[in-house]
Design a protein around this ligand. Sequence first.
Ligand SMILES: Nc1nc2c(c(=O)[nH]1)N[C@H]1C(S)=C(S)[C@@H](COP(=O)(O)O)O[C@H]1N2
Ligand SMILES: [Mo]
Length: 517
Amino acid sequence: MTGTPQRRELPRLSRPAAAGCGVLALVAALASGHVVAGFVDGNASPFLAVGNTAIDLSPAWLKDWAVRTFGTADKLVLLGGMAVVLVGVAVVAGLASRRSPRPGTTVVAALGLVGLAAVLARPDLGGLAVLAPLASGLVGVAVFRWLHRLARSAAMPRAAGGASRRSVLLASAGVAAGSGVSWLVGEQVGTARDAAGSRARVGRLVAAEPAPPIPPGADFARAGTPTFLTPNRDFYRVDTALVVPQLRAEDWELRVHGLVERELRYTYADIRNRPLVERTITMTCVSNEVGGPYVSTANFLGVDLAELLAEAGVRPEAQQVFSTSSDGWTAGTPVAAATERGRGAMLAIGMNGEPLPLRHGFPARLVVPGLYGYVSATKWVVDLELTTWAARQPYWLNRGWAERAPIKTQSRIERPQGFDTVRPGRLRVVGVAWAQHTGITRVEVRLDDGPWQEAELAREVNVNTWRMWSVELDVPAGSHRISCRATDSSGVTQTEQRSGTVPDGATGWHTVSVTAR
Ligand SMILES: Nc1nc2c(c(=O)[nH]1)N[C@H]1C(S)=C(S)[C@@H](COP(=O)(O)O)O[C@H]1N2
Ligand SMILES: [Mo]
């Protein structure tokens, strides 16, 4: 003995504390790798990279056995098994580190290297992908050493300056919560990038049968109507999705089943490799108030829905096409509308010369001319079941909306806008009218309670699209109301009777108030 006092040793960790340090370090490592992977490449997540490499390396008999035994859950079983093994390793690494953090540090770093090796072995990953396992390794080691020091210090008597148990618990909870949030962020960012990447990889979709060009004079855009085709970024959007569903074209499949002669499944390649037809269609939402904004027009590209259903062979008992989206939203379309030759119902994969935007249903959606969206226009569609009205209730039906919902003939004044101040004298009034599947034949406009004056109609593009109109009125000084009403080719003129959007679409004339001075 030298007589100098021995440096006070930190006490040993309890077994649960030691194991806990190991497991929390593992969790933090996996989560940090996953969040970094979300920003570089989802498959760079070390956990998934190891799993993918294991699948690639495993012999054929093992893969066959796994598929035979676990079916489509085979990957979940693999990942679950990996998770169990990793937690076991983390517990052992923690227990081996009750006195010194060195064994655990070594094991965590070694796991990081395994992740790095797996990422480097993936042929599909770019150079940035190594950031994910590196983040895993560094965060894992740092968290392990930090928790280890804190826990050992808490094992000391308080008087000797140790940390409190409470601070250890808080730190552990913080690591767990932070890891959970990171994992979720990585998951969200990763799938968003995947779907956008998948859409970018679709490339150019070619129409075998392009829509006829929009003739000059189909709109009065210079006088204030919308452009005839609505740019995708301006196209109205209505859906129940809090976050836009993120589907990859490569994973997408459409199942057609129910009251059919033969059940069919289509992949994205099946659809895009068919001769594609392009149709100019105006969509409308049943929630559109008189004068409201939920009406837009696009060139939709896809395959004829009637043809697709004919391949499956619709049985005579079928009454509705019950369509389901990837996020579980459903719509019921009358079989008659979906299969009517020449109506133009489609399974669409393109919109205005691009693959469908994610917000508008990428990879595929339905569009049925003449029906409100909630009974026809399922975005992110993955399932078509031919069934009866009694058997299946679509999403909006038990929420007060009608089973049948053909679009009502409507018209809207675009300019002047409500409460505009205009010059007394000749005033040009322009707007749009629509009666999809029927066609607009007349629009009339009047000042206050004066006589109706017939508007000039722009060229008709087809009966499934809106039609622009223009008229000049004599407006004396003062306050006035301007109203419009449309007549469709079945001879029906819009009723003045105002009704709300529930249950099957608003009625009434659009009226704007202006002041001339
Ligand atoms: N999956 C899904 N599809 C959906 C909806 C929805 O909520 N979820 N809303 C429908 C409604 S009410 C309308 S009006 C149209 C709107 O299509 P858009 O957003 O492309 O304009 O989508 C239809 N398709
Ligand atoms: Mo809608």
